[in-house]
Design a protein around this ligand. Structure first.
Ligand code: KG4
Ligand code: ZN
Length: 350
């Protein structure tokens, strides 16, 4: 079965053709980074307009790269939530138009759930049950996964998402947008000391499976600028960090952020084990799974816990449509298709 996937939830316009949920025949992603760079973040109106301008070209590119014709497409899967509403509407409208004109089923796919499918692309089917981790610019969540489509969120961030914290930390360190990858590069430079600063790792009590990154981010801010003073601003007289100091700050920040993830994953697995539920696989996805330290530590963590890990290939960590088509296939297999009344929604399912 050939599924056309469409993704437009944020600032990437993407389309892909995926065979039987896993074999990626094509994956085209048009990034808008250059349009948003001068604003230091995604501007929703600019994003939705750029999706409209690019979606035809991206769809044509996906079919061309896959070497298939429109008549070969068996179903259309579209990311319909969560995301920027104006951006989502472009993909959902395109998906509906194609489903109607080709006479094939339409499947609405949750973007965050689809990130968990990214590590199964161009690979065999993972074993379930599984524990899932999504760490992206908008989401940081842990899932209990009975199957690819039976997902229960058991932990989530109560403030910043992990990628958002990386992006803000990068701004504090004077790095260019998009900050996450640049902070990763700085932290990975030779000589970087990840123990130079003992940044806080949020635990939120002994039991919580939730995340908090705002304290870590604020701690970095104060370390760079000094403590805040009444009436606004920071203690005067703090010198700008040197290049070496910035490198150490980045490495220490990254160590604390990554440790928060393995800590909560460990807790989640222990909690589930106490309920007699034992995952075989660790599914991971989202832009931050491109982070070099997180990848290394998740591999180590999975090894210690006897889990098979599914880390997405680098090109499938960030937003893409292959993961949408992939999960779309699983939803069809489970008998869950939609129709032309599918709605775009800015909020996430649980
Ligand atoms: O999944 P994604 O493309 O978009 C959302 O669904 O949010 O994730 C983008 C996020 C950004 O915050 C970006 O800075 C972060 O992923 N990111 C990274 C790295 N590569 C991307 N964060 C840390 N280290 C990286 N290497
Ligand atoms: Zn995403």
């Amino acid at each position: 079965m050939l599924i056309l996937g469409i993704e437009s939830s944020c600032d990437e316009t993407a389309a892909a053709v995926v065979e039987d949920g896993r074999k990626v025949r094509s994956s085209v992603v048009a990034s808008q980074i250059e349009l948003h760079a001068e604003f230091g973040g995604v501007v929703p109106e600019i994003a939705s307009r750029a999706h409209v301008e690019r979606i035809h070209e991206v769809l044509d590119g996906a079919l061309r790269e896959a070497g298939v014709a429109w008549a070969d497409i068996d179903a259309v899967a579209v990311g319909h939530r969560p995301g920027l509403i104006g951006s989502l509407l472009v993909g959902v409208s395109a998906g509906k138009a194609l489903s109607w004109s080709l006479g094939v089923p339409l499947i609405g796919v949750d973007h965050v759930h689809a990130h968990l499918h990214a590590g199964s692309l161009d690979r065999d089917e993972p074993d379930f049950p599984a524990i899932g981790l999504v760490v992206s610019g908008g989401h940081t969540s842990i899932y209990k996964c009975g199957s690819a489509v039976q997902l229960e969120r058991i932990g989530a961030t109560i403030d910043d998402a992990m990628g958002e914290a990386f992006d803000k930390a990068a701004t504090v360190l004077g790095l260019a947008y998009p900050g996450g990858p640049n902070l990763d590069r700085l932290a990975s430079e030779d000589g970087a000391d990840d123990r130079a600063h003992d940044f806080p790792i949020s635990r939120l009590g002994k039991e919580s499976l939730d995340f908090s990154f705002s304290g870590l981010k604020t701690s970095l801010l104060y370390r760079v600028h000094g403590n805040p003073i009444p009436g606004g601003g920071f203690e005067p007289g703090r010198p700008e960090p040197t290049a070496d100091e910035r490198r150490d700050l980045a490495a220490s920040f990254q160590r604390a952020a990554v440790r928060a993830v393995t800590l909560k994953l460990g807790r989640a697995i222990d909690r589930l084990a106490s309920e007699g539920w034992h995952p075989k696989t660790l599914l991971t996805g989202g832009g931050v799974t491109a982070n070099s330290r997180l990848r290394r530590e998740l591999e180590g963590f999975a090894g210690e816990r006897g889990l098979e890990i599914r880390l997405p290939e680098m090109r499938f960590c960030v937003d893409n449509a292959a993961m949408i088509a992939g999960l779309g296939f699983e939803l069809i297999r489970a008998g869950r298709t939609d129709n032309l009344s599918l709605v775009a929604s800015p909020t996430a399912a649980c």
